[in-house]
Design a protein around this ligand. Structure first.
Ligand SMILES: C[S@@+](CC[C@H](N)C(=O)[O-])C[C@H]1O[C@@H](n2cnc3c(N)ncnc32)[C@H](O)[C@@H]1O
Length: 287
């Protein structure tokens, strides 16, 4: 049986500890377990949440357990990828390079370690389905599982998903084709160049999922680059906000930014809203 640290509905699996640099930095893994405990004991559920905006979001979206039929395709793809024995050559421009030194990796191993879990990919699906952004950007396609959820959540809008590794992106593109997803545009290259190029051309940005290059400086650079494009309906989602000391510091700085109104800390991801009619407040929500 797999040992699992459990607390309420949330849990930490051994694979999660790997993703926390346990092998390269065991101290960081220990710190993150303490960060998790701190989060858990500070977190509120629906009933401890006084903001009507956040309460409704939790009730209608975050805690929505309906079995949407759109969940099936991406999960079939995840299973397929988890059994894909092909070796591919990796180009890694991100913080992942500090954890994985292998230049050749099995698709199955990437699927096991780098993709957002079903629980969070489905939450992203529900967020997009609820807010119906006019544009969607994902930094970090990897094998495209979350991209598939996002594209299915809002077929009327094209998801622009960005990835540095052409071989990983090629596997994702096969998956999009198998699912018949036509509302996905891919951009290959280092975000440091591709993201500013994309965002500079946009008048405004409604939804950005920041899920690659989990380093403090890089995360803040992408945040500040996108900040001039926010509007009343913008939602930024930051992945792995407690992955390292640097990411935890980046999350603190993002929360403190004067343009940010409401943040929701779900531990594995952080949601950032810019609605001017909301009081500036940071919520820590058990998920
Ligand atoms: C955690 S994975 C993304 C997972 C995906 N969003 C999902 O949930 O299925 C992060 C991806 O970002 C890519 N990446 C990291 N840093 C990058 C950078 N600076 N430029 C381009 N791609 C980068 C990596 O190659 C990796 O495939």
């Amino acid at each position: 049986m797999q040992a699992t640290f459990k607390a309420g509905t949330a849990h930490i699996k051994p694979s999660f500890l790997f993703s926390l640099q346990a092998f390269t930095d065991p101290m960081n893994a220990i710190k993150t377990v303490f960060r998790y405990l701190s989060y858990y004991f500070r977190s509120n559920t629906l009933h401890g949440t006084h903001s009507p905006f956040v309460y409704k979001l939790l009730e209608d979206v975050v805690y929505d357990r309906a079995p949407y039929p759109e969940y099936e395709g991406p999960e079939e793809e995840r299973n397929r990828l988890l059994h894909d024995q092909r070796m591919i050559r990796i180009t890694d421009y991100g913080a992942g390079a500090e954890v994985n030194h292998d230049k050749e990796r099995k698709v199955a191993s990437i699927a096991a370690r780098s993709l957002k879990s079903k629980k969070y990919a489905r939450l992203l699906f529900r967020l997009v389905r609820h807010f119906k952004p006019r544009h969607m950007i994902e930094l970090g396609t990897s094998l495209g599982i979350t991209s598939s959820y996002l594209a299915k959540a809002h077929p009327q809008v094209t998801l622009v998903t960005m990835e540095g590794c052409p071989n990983t992106l090629a596997v994702a593109t096969e998956s999009f084709a198998r699912q018949g997803l036509e509302n996905i545009r891919t951009i290959t290259g280092n975000f440091d160049h591709t993201f500013p190029e994309l965002i500079d051309k946009m008048e405004t940005a409604d939804f950005i999922f920041f899920d690659g290059n989990h380093r403090k400086e890089a995360t803040l650079n992408y945040f500040y680059k996108a900040l001039p494009k926010v509007n009343e309906r913008t939602l930024f989602v930051f992945d792995d906000i407690y992955w390292s000391d640097g990411m935890a510091e980046a999350w603190q700085e993002i929360k403190a930014n004067a343009h940010v109104r409401v943040t929701i800390d779900l531990f594995f991801i952080g949601l950032v809203f810019f609605k001017k009619d909301q009081a500036k407040e940071d919520f820590v929500i058990r998920y």
